[in-house]
Design a binder for this molecule. Sequence first.
Ligand code: CUA
Length: 495
Amino acid sequence: MTSRLGDDVTTDPSPPTLHSDQSGATLEKVMAPTTRSTSRRLTTMKLSLVAGLALLISACAEDKPLNTFEPRGPRAEAIDSMMTPIWIIMGVIFVLVVFGTIAIAIKGRVAPEDYDEDDLPVQTHGNFNLEIGWTIAPAILLAVISIPTVQGIWELEETNADPASGECRANADGSRSGELDVMVIGQQWWWEYRYDIDCDGFFEDVDGDGEIYGPNGAGGDIDDTEWDINIALDDDDLVIANQLVIPAGEQIDLELTSRDVIHSFWIPRLNGKRDTVPGRLHTWSLEANDPGEYTGWCTEFCGLSHARMRMSAVALSGPDFDAWLDNQLQLADVPTEADEDVWAGYQLFQANCMSCHVVNDGNLSYGPLVDEDADPLDLEPGTVKDFEAALTAGAAPNLTHFATRTVFAGAIFSHYAGLDADDDIVDPGEYLELSVDDGNPDGDYRLNEAILKRWISNAPDQKAMAPDDLRGMPSFPALSEEDLDHLVAYLATLD
Ligand code: CUA
């Protein structure tokens, strides 16, 4: 305002009422209070308008991975096609009500000089026909909308045939058929995925005595609703974390639960959201029409790092998925002393990480379900996963095939950095770019070492732990730069 006044001074030859060197305070003093409040109101209105426009424009963004209006699977498409007509009806009603109100307000306006206290419109209370009308009309409308909605809810609940039908993912000859079931376990603040590869369900009677087992060998009826998620998985099952991998074009049935608090599982381009509740199993399903990466976000406030609890689902073509699955079912290689860096990293990993993380390799540690009389050395290689509960450590992701994933730390960081022609990192991946078609890393990417080292040395700096420091990844201030290099060298071998 001061500069506008200044401009006036230079262009207007007549003596100005306010001099250019007069401060805004002087200006305010000469302004009437009503003018000031009007100008403040105008500023507020302008700001609201700008904010509203910004919001509106941001809603027009395309190709955003969390856009529920860009469905990429039949379930999400069903939701979208149900929502579209409802949005249209809502839009029409919104326009009628809002603009009708504005029109009536304008039409009924009386100028202050025409205001006559004795000439007010007749005050009526209640018009029977109108009130019945605007009560019944919305009721009818809601009743009509509820038909496809309820139908849709039922359809979204439908899962594939019961696993007990005998359809099985992995046949005895190694071929694949039937449907895939995945248990999704929300944890503060990452997601675990357990694949029921052999279709014998998630709660297995591993020794055939009619009971399933809790973490300390406590028995329970196989149909018992009181179950524990730390149950044994047999050697055909698979536990991974952070990134769900599914075959494209197939419906994957999910069983959702949580280890700690209520989370909500939501990959908007594939399906709506579903809460994960401790002690309960909720069924849900996902299907992606095409290969690609689909991003999601925990949508139930679940503690300090709720905002950093993302999910990533990668859909692969059938053959790619089979290859992926074959690889995931392999044990990780145990490093040899010949490779000094990797060996050093392996030692550090065992000393610092193994109390929470699990890597299923030939040196498996044995959980409580191991037959205590059995000598681990008697087990055939590749069968060691039988009767052991070490697939999950509980509190932290299973890292067996860590390097095959493209995300870590609850899917907030990218494993891989993009490289330019000189092999320099162009995109350090500070936080994972929410891009739609990243897919799997290829030769143009390299392990995101700097981010990985920073995460290992001081994770809470990037993702807060729970206040009691018992949930979440702790920091490791004692690890030297060299230690971190060694750890990363080891992790890079977990492919
Ligand atoms: Cu998990 Cu929010």
